[in-house]
Write a protein that binds this ligand. Structure first.
Ligand SMILES: N[C@@H](CCC(=O)N[C@@H](CS)C(=O)NCC(=O)O)C(=O)O
Length: 217
């Protein structure tokens, strides 16, 4: 199998897919989208134009969750989706909650860190409180600990660490440390010990540091 992952270092969506590729021990090449995401050159390779994009033996794929599930199906070991239908539905719900609630709330900090955020303390506070509210809801879903406690990590466990790191780094950058629920922090710390997760966390941290440094006065 010839696999190319198109990605950018700061994307937590890209990290989700990279982590699954690493968990499966699949060989792949990771490259930035030519011309940037959305460019004409990139859309010739991955018509959706978003990152992550992936091409397997000439066939393009987009959408990180679809790619994670695809990889779990074509490379079954270790299994990252449970076999039982209720558990599968819970994993998919957690993947959706990550994309639409948690990552989206963290992304709300992006425009602020690019600006003179010191002049917008209220906006920073509101955005960080939004992340904390999303994480409180995640905690109340009662799923993360339960998912990981089922002895093997699932796709849901692997989706969150880089996003939580991104929120923590952006909060720290803007002098508003995040306060995630303790159970979420413990869960994330536990998942982060997996070598595949640790590798992407390190890549993501370095990319975020470089990216944020570009906006410092
Ligand atoms: N639902 C997509 C979202 C990915 C996404 O939002 N990627 C951003 C960069 S981090 C992007 O490519 N934005 C441009 C676009 O969506 O056209 C996924 O899970 O892959």
């Amino acid at each position: 199998m010839n696999i190319t992952l198109y990605g950018i270092g700061v994307s937590a969506f890209v990290a989700k897919v990279r982590i699954v590729l690493d968990m499966k021990g699949l060989a792949f090449e990771e490259v930035p989208p030519p011309g940037g995401y959305g460019s004409e050159a990139y859309r010739k390779l991955v018509p959706a134009g978003s990152v992550p994009g992936m091409v397997i033996d000439g066939t393009p794929f987009h959408d990180s969750n679809a790619m994670m599930e695809l990889l779990d199906e074509i490379a079954p070991e270790p299994r990252l989706m449970p076999a039982e239908p209720f558990a599968r539905a819970r994993v998919r719900a957690l993947l959706g909650f990550h994309d639409t609630r948690v990552e989206a709330s963290v992304r709300a900090l992006f425009p602020l860190v690019k600006r003179d955020w010191r002049a917008e303390r209220e906006a920073v506070e509101a955005a960080c409180a939004g992340i904390e509210a999303a994480l409180e809801r995640l905690d109340q879903l009662d799923a993360p600990a339960a998912v990981l406690a089922g002895e093997a990590p699932t796709l849901a466990d692997l989706a969150y660490p880089c996003t939580l790191q991104m929120g923590a780094m952006l909060g720290a950058e803007m002098e508003r440390p995040l306060r995630p629920p303790p159970r979420i922090e413990d869960w994330c710390a536990q998942v982060s010990t997996l070598p595949a997760v640790a590798r992407s966390l390190a890549l993501h941290r370095e990319a975020m540091e470089g990216w944020m440094a570009g906006f410092r006065a």
